[in-house]
Design a protein around this ligand. Structure first.
Ligand SMILES: [Zn+2]
Length: 196
């Protein structure tokens, strides 16, 4: 078990871990049997991370963290529907994480499909529909349309979550929760903070 950290301290730890990962110098912390035993009776994760299911975007590797460190919600396109939102509320209210990181990424297949105007199977269609507002809002921008839409989708989530969830909103208002946006480059391994 670790002492409770502030959102700023947690973000420093995550970004330090990401720098180790980028440099190919990860320490792979807290992954042994001792750690497994110490967290078996309960979890006190540092942060919640909501990101894409993409196999190239595993948060524990990207941030060089270990067992019990990150409460992770992964859905294609990092869309946040009811179940994902409930998971984040659990992390905030019951596990008292001080920070939620909404992590988009480059070359996202789901965002690419939405940018390409594709329609999906019945359940995939819901994911594409959730991505379309960000695609439409960035359609006129220059540059990489998938990257622009992925960043916009993250910014929108960061601003919407406190109103979509009264639990998250209340904790934010009372200084107990920060929600931050970030963007992961699958080529360089770098995580960039996105300001709202
Ligand atoms: Zn993706």
């Amino acid at each position: 078990m670790t002492a409770k950290r502030t959102a700023d301290q947690v973000l420093c730890e995550l970004w330090e871990g990401n720098r180790r990962y980028q440099r190919d110098e990860p320490i792979g912390p807290r992954r042994d049997g001792t750690r497994r035993a110490s967290v078996a009776d309960g979890q006190t994760p540092l942060a919640a991370v909501v990101t894409c299911s993409d196999s190239r975007v595993p948060p524990e590797l990207i941030f060089d963290q270990g067992l019990g460190d990150l409460f992770v919600v992964r859905v294609a396109g990092n869309v946040i529907g009811g179940d994902a939102l409930g998971s984040l509320e659990y992390a905030a209210e019951h596990l008292e994480v001080p920070v939620i990181v909404v992590l988009g990424h480059s070359r996202c297949g789901a965002v690419g499909a939405a940018v390409g105007g594709e329609s999906g199977s019945p359940h995939l269609e819901g994911i594409l529909a959730a991505l379309r507002p960000a695609v439409e809002a960035t359609a006129a921008l220059r540059g990489d349309r998938v990257a622009n839409a992925a960043r916009e989708h993250v910014r929108r989530l960061v601003s919407e979550l406190p109103t979509r969830s009264s639990v998250l909103g209340r904790r934010g208002d009372t200084g107990r929760l920060a929600i931050v946006g970030a963007y992961y480059d699958v080529s360089t391994g770098a995580v960039e903070r996105l300001e709202s």
